[in-house]
Design a protein around this ligand. Structure first.
Ligand SMILES: [Zn+2]
Length: 201
């Protein structure tokens, strides 16, 4: 009976995640609130998935499509910082190993510019960026950045997660609303630099 119940909890939680993750049009996100970010943690047997959803404003200071070099650099800096999983996400217990990270910029930067940058850091000679985007984004459109982290844990004894360095790396994040679920329990918490740790118990 307990097993059935926990299964339902996990399924319910997963069902909540899907629409958020699959959303292209972030205007539909009701939770978009500058200064506030959301973190969802799903602990299932030996797998831990952590998803951070944040208004781009919190991470790069703007939400329009980055066309100026200065703005593009801010986006690249934020992506590089978000990839520092072992710094940003301090996991305690469980002997968890990081498997992969994916970061969704939701059109904040054009793919062309992104790849261009990755090819060569010194190849910035194009003065005419053809950034007339075909997706007709409005200048005042809100935008979210989503970072997804996946871990494999040797033991199912993950105890806590501290976001101290996340708050320090991104001063634009004032609070993080955390939702977590594991097979036996789930919880919610509101974290800040002063109170940066969530305990899974
Ligand atoms: Zn916004």
């Amino acid at each position: 009976m307990i097993k059935v119940f926990t299964h339902i909890v996990v399924v319910t939680f997963a069902a909540m995640l899907i629409p958020i993750y699959a959303l292209d049009n972030t205007e539909n996100l009701t939770s978009h609130e500058h200064g506030s970010s959301e973190l969802t943690i799903v602990i299932e047997k030996q797998s831990v998935e952590i998803e951070l959803i944040s208004p781009a404003a919190n991470l790069v200071g703007f939400e329009h499509v980055a066309t100026r070099k200065e703005d593009i650099n801010k986006v690249h800096k934020a992506v590089a910082d978000l990839r520092q999983h072992d710094t940003l996400l301090l996991l305690s217990g469980g002997h968890c190993a990081h498997k992969d990270t994916s970061i969704e910029l939701n059109g904040l930067i054009s793919e062309k510019q992104h790849h261009h940058h990755n090819k060569s850091a010194h190849d910035h000679s194009h003065t005419h960026n053809h950034t007339h985007s075909h997706d007709h984004k409005h200048a005042n459109k809100h935008n979210d950045i989503v970072a997804h982290y996946r871990y494999h844990c040797e033991e199912s004894s993950l105890q806590s997660l501290s976001l101290t360095n996340l708050f320090k790396s991104f001063p634009g994040i004032n609070e993080v609303k955390v939702m977590w679920v594991k097979p036996t329990k789930q919880g919610a918490d509101k974290l800040s630099l002063k109170d940066p740790m969530v305990r899974f118990k």
